[in-house]
Design a protein around this ligand. Sequence first.
Ligand code: UGA
Ligand code: MN
Length: 256
Amino acid sequence: PTVFVITPTYARFVQKAELTRLSQTFLHVPQLHWVLVEDSPHKTPLVGDLLAQSGLTFTHLHTPTPKERKLQDGDPSWLKPRGAEQRNEGLRWLREDRRAQQGADAQQGVVYFADDDNTYSLQLFEEMRSTQRVSVWPVGLVGGMRYERPVVEGGKVVRFHTGWRPSRPFPLDMAGFAVSLKAVLANRDACFDGNAPMGFLESSFLQGVVTMEELEPKADNCSKVLVWHTRTEKPKMKREDTLQAQGLGSDTAVEV
Ligand code: UGA
Ligand code: MN
């Protein structure tokens, strides 16, 4: 089955670097369809050109986060959920596109929400390919811990290893689950709540799709870390700013 990967992305200094790394990981994954959704009022040439040259099967979408929901400069990063509208736009496209396709094959597939800054092992994509409804696995370097993970007993998820509000309906990171295309199509209204309080974004979607008892543990009963919640440092532009003030800034025609 095809893995449909939905990725929200937004313009910033490291965007091209992140998308280059991500696209070159995806090149090693068979039968992957990348749904890249820009947080922007229009599609940008930087992203469009990168996709066109990537060698991947892709769909390029865009939708801006409404101003009142967007993080402002200086806001702490956890204040508002990020990428919610973009993931919903990816889901909207997927549901519409699959309905238009004929045949039983159109319902075969797996949907994974891959942020543009995480680090993904190739093995993760093989693990998720057998997802019946929702599969889950550990995520490294997240939640202020070495890893968070579902705890598996007798082949079932019985609770979650997390340091923060384990009482959340699904206390796991976006990178820690995949959903079958069938379940996405059958639960037409399941989507991400852009107004969800901190830490409840994943739950807002999963509650409409699955129960805890139904979760399918992968990665050796959730004993292996195959994805890392890495975050890229924001580059400093101090010297650039200084030079620019003297009219000696870097050539803006060079895409970075
Ligand atoms: C954590 C989780 O790993 C995310 O999946 C979750 O969306 C986020 O918290 C949240 O609570 O909303 P974190 O590393 O803090 O992630 O978030 P980012 O990586 O900064 O953003 C998640 C995704 O949204 C990225 O793919 C990013 O490119 C995108 N994004 C971010 C936008 O599309 N617009 C923005 O303004 C910011
Ligand atoms: Mn991130």
